[in-house]
Write a protein that binds this ligand. Structure first.
Ligand code: AQP
Length: 338
């Protein structure tokens, strides 16, 4: 029987700072099981991170930390292609071609562009606006079927679909039109201090964010300070639209303790917020500590990480070169004689 061709999955995280519990629960954690079923590529999207100001030495460090974190979280370089975006130059080259089939109006409408323009008003650069086109390039380059992301990135995947369909109809069938894979509960982890906004690496308020590398005391302190509400009813640990802080903590608890949110509500019935927050902290710490231990060991073995990255870039480049050559031919560029 002929081998069934596996469907392809692509995703990535920016090395923009300390990776958050939101990045982990909304993205990285959900990638691990996909490796068994799909042909997966997981990338550290360092070119994207340049859209906001970075300190070069920190960016290098964050990039390697993130590679080690991917492996510590269970991504297996023997099952998936793990690589750094800038090691495969076709990402930037395809982005240029895709720019020519993307409209300024489309990019202007992107929520992340509007948010980041507000946050970085002194640095509204073209890269910030162009971010979704580079993301479309990341995805389309590998003929990706599924893109596992958190809710905040759905708009960008939809734009990648529009770009793929537009290119295909203008130049004939070339790209696979990708779909989002959203996890049911982890897709939007909220800030601990402003629970209607998403938890974000670049949040200047450290108390709003749990980083994957936070030690146990820090996790507990941040969760104890997390915004809940003024409800003094003893039976107040329940999900509700008017309790975004408590709902967020219940969501985090259920994901980390691996119980349903209904079960979590039952567990905390009649308990006060102090007890509840400590239990959330215990659950988060029990998830983070083994990851931190594995990441530390991996970071001590630079040779191993370099081997993984070299092999990952070679395997990714092989696919990327084929796609880019096809695209160049379709748009009418003269092939280089080698
Ligand atoms: N709070 C979140 N809840 C669930 N999923 C989330 N993701 C991010 N924040 C949450 C998902 O993590 C993946 C990688 O995100 P990214 O690094 O590419 O950029 P981002 O979405 O802009 O994440 P951050 O943490 O907010 O970074 P900064 O602050 O640098 O912009 C994506 O799948 C995303 O959905």
């Amino acid at each position: 029987m002929a081998d069934e061709v596996k469907k392809r999955v692509f995703s990535g995280v920016q090395p923009t700072g300390k990776v958050t519990l939101g990045n982990y629960l909304g993205a990285i954690r959900n990638w691990t099981p996909l490796q068994e079923q799909y042909d997966c590529l997981f990338c550290v999207v360092d070119l994207h991170s340049l859209t906001v100001a970075q300190v070069p030495a920190e960016l290098r460090k964050n990039t390697l930390n993130l590679v080690a974190l991917y492996i510590a979280c269970g991504l297996d370089p023997d099952k998936s292609i793990l690589f750094i975006q800038s090691h495969v130059h076709e990402h930037a080259e395809l982005a240029w071609i895709l720019d020519t089939v993307t409209y300024v109006g489309e990019l202007n409408r992107m929520t992340q562009f509007k948010d980041k323009s507000r946050k970085h008003a002194d640095n509204i650069n073209m890269g910030l606006m162009n971010y979704p086109v580079l993301m479309a390039s990341d995805i389309l380059l590998y003929r990706t079927q599924y893109v596992p992301v958190g809710k905040d990135q759905v708009q960008h995947v939809e734009l990648a679909r529009d770009i793929a369909e537009r290119f295909n109809s203008r130049y004939s069938d070339t790209f696979v039109v990708p779909e989002c894979l959203l996890s049911r509960t982890g897709s939007s982890i909220k800030s601990l201090q402003e629970p209607t906004a998403k938890m974000s690496k670049s949040d200047p308020n450290d108390n709003a964010v749990i980083s994957i590398t936070d030690d146990a005391d820090t996790v507990r302190r941040k969760l104890r300070r997390a915004v809940t509400d003024s409800d003094t009813d003893a039976h107040c640990v329940r999900r509700s639209e008017d309790k975004p802080g408590v709902s967020n903590l219940l969501n985090i608890y259920s994901l980390c303790a691996d119980v349903s949110t209904d079960e979590a509500e039952r567990l905390f019935e009649g308990k006060g917020y102090g007890y509840f927050k400590d239990a959330v902290a215990d659950a988060v710490i029990s998830v983070l500590q083994p990851i931190q231990d594995r990441q530390r060991i991996l970071l001590e073995d630079k040779g191993y990480l370099e081997t993984v990255l070299k092999r990952g870039a070679e395997r990714a480049s092989h696919i990327a070169q084929n796609t880019l050559a096809k695209v160049y031919r379709k748009v009418g560029l003269v092939p280089q004689i080698r």
